[in-house]
Design a binder for this molecule. Sequence first.
Ligand code: HEM
Length: 455
Amino acid sequence: MKSIPVAGNNSSLILNLHSILRPLDFMEKYNKQYGDFYRFIEKKNLSINITSNPQAIREILTMDSDVFDSGKANKSLSFLLGDNSLILLDGKDHKSRRRLLMPYFHGKFLEQCSQKIISITNQVSDRLEVNQPFAVRPLMQEITLKVMLNLVFGIDSEQQCQRLSNLLVELLEIFNSPFKSLLIFFPILQKDWGKYSPWGNFLSLKAEIKKLIYQKIKERQKLLIKEKSKCQDIFGLLILAKDENGAGMTDEEVHDELITLLFAGHETTASALSWLFYWIHYHSEIEDKLRLETSLLGNVSDYQTINNLSYLNALIFETLRIYPVVVGSFARIPNQDTYIMGYKINKNDYLSISIYNLHHREDLYPNSKQFKPERFLETTYSPYEYLPFGGGNRRCLGSALALLEMKLVTVTILKRFKLVLTNNHSLYPVRRGITLSPPASFRMTVKNCVLGKNS
Ligand code: HEM
């Protein structure tokens, strides 16, 4: 029987620190040494298996989804998302929650968001001044958080949600650097030494957010009793949802799902957008090609036209390939002994896809470190060769929204401003909580306003 090469012992502190503080370097090292399928020993008879082999990925993602649990592998996120988050659910509960939410992230619901995304982008970018450098990630985060709040709480959310929005940003800033992210991975550091300690601060912000959301739930429940049809947003949908026995969701379940969507839906897209702006301006010929493509748009800003811009599409795909914001899929835990490429994966072992290693396979992406959007114009990659949003039954719920946002924000900002990188150094991803993002120091400068403000 073939066996997967052992790359190390997962209880090693050095190994863990390496994977948290220098994740890309970590993945490159083990991939180079052990190939595209290797494992770490967690404890006797329990392994963490990691693959970036397209054949293995195909087998994992097309296998009957009932064979794998993922929710229980994500338990370490319950401190942030709560136990009832979609990300922590498995089996029947996971399936029915996905079925409930899915329509809000596709088709006509997304189409309806387009104008709102454009107007939020205009409103946030109004404060950009000519010759003034600005920090890119916070600007993108403000846009993506406003979009998510709008999608979740509805159109009249802006003033009402300002406090909530500030608290969410403040809370995420606690994990905004590689060292501060250690708090997530080492429960031993999660000690409440008062409001001025990182964990104490986290708990106090989390409690305040919870109180605000519970208050909103109560208000909305009252409103829904009065006006039964007013359910134009995810908040209303969750409050009115019933399972097959006719039981509704508890306030705690509604709270956990809202928090999940707000966090998962804006951090990731903000980082992806920041990278996109970096790459567009890092190579002047890329900006020229993109401007040529978007100039043909005139004033058109409709969903279909922007969605079909092929060069912009390729640029976004390459951005998500070279530095994926989420470098590995959720772990899949088989609930029975399973075989992948003839390798035995024991019941309860962890099985994860290294998205970063997959996206840097030289057989799929020659000169993989080179940013080259044309790859995606010349080649169509299968869902087992390219997966910035994961795949199978855990595929990112918000992938279509994220792609649409990236397109609309880019076209809207480029139409208004000519931007330049404040500093031409190459950027390298840094850890920010469980995702990777451009460094906080990443800045751009407005060279001139193409259309002027408020246009
Ligand atoms: C560029 C932006 C984004 C990236 C790169 C990204 C990436 C991912 C990845 C890799 C996964 C795990 C998939 C797997 O293990 O197979 C995931 C799951 C998820 N994402 Fe995203 N995501 C992004 C934006 C969003 C947005 C806008 C939302 C909004 C709702 C969202 C909500 C979720 C949820 C709820 C899950 C869990 C799905 C489940 O467990 O069934 N994500 N995302």
